[in-house]
Ligand binder design. Structure first.
Ligand code: WTA
Length: 630
């Protein structure tokens, strides 16, 4: 056995799982990484291809602006595609894709490289160069992945906007990133309906001025507006001689930006988290290899959306770096029936399934008969991400989907961390609801307000003490906010924004956000974004949003609205406001509950005291109101 006896409700992996695993002894790997984490990461980096190797593994002379693999030359896409194309993996399937309507597309490594090069050549013909920003806005289709890889191949920085976001969310991201080009699909399928992505983009583009060219991917074929001189069909450009199938690869410095991804923070607008070619590559490669135990014959399915960090790291880059075969599905898990996922696991022989607690709870609701109709015996490992998984959902997932033989990798991490930070590996003993311990080489702690480590089972702020290669480098265009938000509460330590406790075995139990981030169905939203969407409605004077517990979604958005004095309340106003949020920000942000109020609890300096609203809604006693305005 790989570790000392641990207490509580423990699930140990079978010998069969351990025998197959890359890491059979977690303690041994952890101890060696702990002794010298730079050696550990250097060894991992040496498994990948570099045009030129580094002078130093880590340069921490300008903390917290860490640099990894300094002066090395690399391109992540070379490692995702070209490297495999020089081996028999060239003909291996890189991507299997099923559309919501049941269509199938497959890409070998060779084909994916070819399509990436062709799209890269189209981008070049539009004048896209190293360092330019390109925004990508589509559903879960292969072109999304190809567009990302095409940007990275020529050194452009991609900014993917989740296809479930709408007008204002897209506008803000286009403007902040100063994107020259937008790649958008005409629409996407969601539960049999069409989401009109191009017309949403048209509205966003009316508000943003920097975009010169729009490339449109034909997915639905529904009629759309094409703006002459600005909009072009991608398939038409791909038919031209410029779109040939070889495209030289841009040689990047390890620290050159790979992508920016917007995420919600403590206050204000979403911020763009910046990741790089070198360190991000090493972090995602290594964590996926060890945690989901990728072997050449595996078929791996991460059911997240490429528009979020989980998709960037573990649908696109991590699996390709590992030469894996990934599966991607376009639509909703319950469409047309609640067995859709289980049917596809059976059909494609999926070995590894990685999803979110909200999806598990949502599918659990329909009962065991749906999964039991299918042969799920190909599954070897399961995964969970995005929010704490409640033990009931964990056990259902383990028993009904995993047939008691598939360990669940509950992975805790963030857009900012780029890679798994607290996670088991297949050989580790599991406790339902705990993401177990930090990944080897990562030191974490739980601190009280005074900065002291809390005792076992006491709750405190989760912090990270050692740098890791895929750490965010900065907030795009806002380095001060990067320092302020993550590095100022406890000097020298990265503040996660989560609260957690650690049990007597060193297992970490993440509780949730302590800031103004709300996790709705695993999606990360900020109270400020929801509030500003509400306030942009002509009837609203002021608004406050909070997250409250919800059985399936984890959290649901509750809002409190002060109407303008001239507005007459009417029955349809609540629905109108909900629709307005959905139109501006996205259906995921639609408030569960809207209440009209006359005033909001505020501090003397005018900040909304959301904890007062939360306590009131939950019927809890209000503690410490000393800062509340009279
Ligand atoms: C939460 C998602 C508990 C946490 C990859 C974190 C989790 C935030 C887990 C980051 C988990 C993510 N257990 N909580 N396994 N995974 N979280 O940036 O609150 O969308 O801070 O990245 O999700 O959300 P983000």
């Amino acid at each position: 056995m790989n570790q000392k006896k641990i207490s509580g409700d423990v699930y140990s992996p079978s010998q069969q799982v351990i025998d197959k695993a890359h890491v059979k002894d977690w303690n041994k790997l952890n101890n060696s990484a702990f002794e010298n984490y730079l050696d550990f990461w250097e060894k991992e980096a040496n498994e990948l291809h570099w045009f030129k190797k580094w002078d130093k593994v880590l340069d921490d002379s300008n903390k917290p602006f860490f640099k990894w693999f300094t002066n090395a030359e690399v391109n992540i896409v070379y490692n995702c595609l070209d490297r495999h194309c020089e081996t028999p993996r060239r003909n291996k399937l890189a991507l299997l894709w099923e559309g919501e309507k049941g269509e199938f597309r497959g890409f070998s490594y060779f084909a994916l490289k070819r399509e990436t090069c062709r799209t890269a050549n189209v981008l070049k013909s539009l004048g896209v160069k190293k360092g330019d920003r390109v925004t990508i806005y589509m559903g879960r289709i292969p072109e999304l992945l190809i567009s990302m890889l095409a940007c990275a191949r020529i050194g452009a920085i991609h900014s993917v906007v989740y296809g479930g976001f709408t007008v204002e969310a897209l506008h803000e991201r286009l403007e902040d990133s100063q994107s020259k080009v937008l790649i958008v699909a005409d629409g996407s399928y969601q539960r049999g309906k069409i989401v009109p992505l191009k017309s949403i983009a048209d509205e966003a583009l009316q508000r943003a001025a920097t975009v010169e060219s729009v490339l449109v991917v034909k997915r639905t074929g529904e009629p759309i507006n094409m703006e002459p001189g600005r909009d072009m069909w991608l398939h038409e450009l791909l038919a031209l001689p410029i779109a040939n199938s070889t495209c030289s690869i841009e040689i990047m410095d390890a620290e050159d930006p790979l992508f920016m991804l917007y995420t919600s923070g403590t206050t204000g607008k979403p911020k763009a988290i910046l990741h790089t070619h070198g360190g991000y590559m090493v972090g995602t490669y290594s964590t996926l290899k060890y945690v989901f135990d990728i072997h050449d014959e595996d078929r791996y399915w991460c059911a997240a959306d490429p528009g979020w960090i989980t998709g960037h790291s573990y649908i696109v880059y991590g699996p390709l770096l590992n030469g894996a075969t990934s599966f991607m599905y376009e639509g909703a898990p319950t469409f047309p029936y609640p067995n859709r996922w289980w049917q596809m696991i059976e059909k494609y022989g999926i070995n590894i399934l990685y999803t979110a607690p909200t999806a598990i709870r949502g599918l659990m609701r329909f009962g065991e008969a749906w999964p039991n109709r299918h042969d799920l015996s190909s599954l070897r490992l399961l995964g969970s991400v995005g929010e704490p998984i409640n033990p009931e959902a964990w056990k259902w997932y383990h028993r009904v989907i995993g047939k008691d033989k598939c360990p669940i990798m509950d992975t805790w991490w963030q857009t900012e961390t780029g890679m798994f930070m607290i996670t088991p590996m297949p050989c580790v003993d599991l406790k339902p609801g705990s993401a177990t311990r930090p990944f080897p080489g990562i030191e974490m702690d739980i601190l009280n307000e005074q900065g002291e480590s809390v005792k076992p089972n006491e709750v405190g702020n989760l912090v990270i003490k050692t740098p890791w290669p895929s750490i965010m480098r900065t907030i795009y265009n806002d380095p001060d906010r990067f320092v302020q938000q993550y590095w100022s509460k406890y000097p020298g330590m990265y503040l996660t924004g989560d609260s957690a406790r650690r049990d007597e075995d060193g297992y970490i139990w993440v509780i949730g956000r302590v800031d103004d981030v709300i996790k709705v169905s695993g999606y990360r939203l900020g109270t400020a974004e929801v509030e500003s969407a509400l306030v942009s409605h002509p009837a609203v004077a002021e608004a406050a949003a909070i997250g409250l517990p919800h059985d399936i979604k984890g959290n649901a958005i509750y809002t409190y609205v002060i109407l303008k004095s001239s507005v007459v309340k009417h029955d349809k106003l609540i629905e109108e406001l909900r629709q307005h949020v959905s139109h501006e920000l996205g259906p995921i942000a639609k408030p569960e509950h809207i209440e009209f109020v006359e005033s909001l609890p505020k501090t003397r300096s005018g900040k909304i005291m959301r904890r007062v609203l939360r306590a009131r809604a939950l019927g809890e006693e209000l503690k410490d109101l000393s800062t509340l305005e009279e």
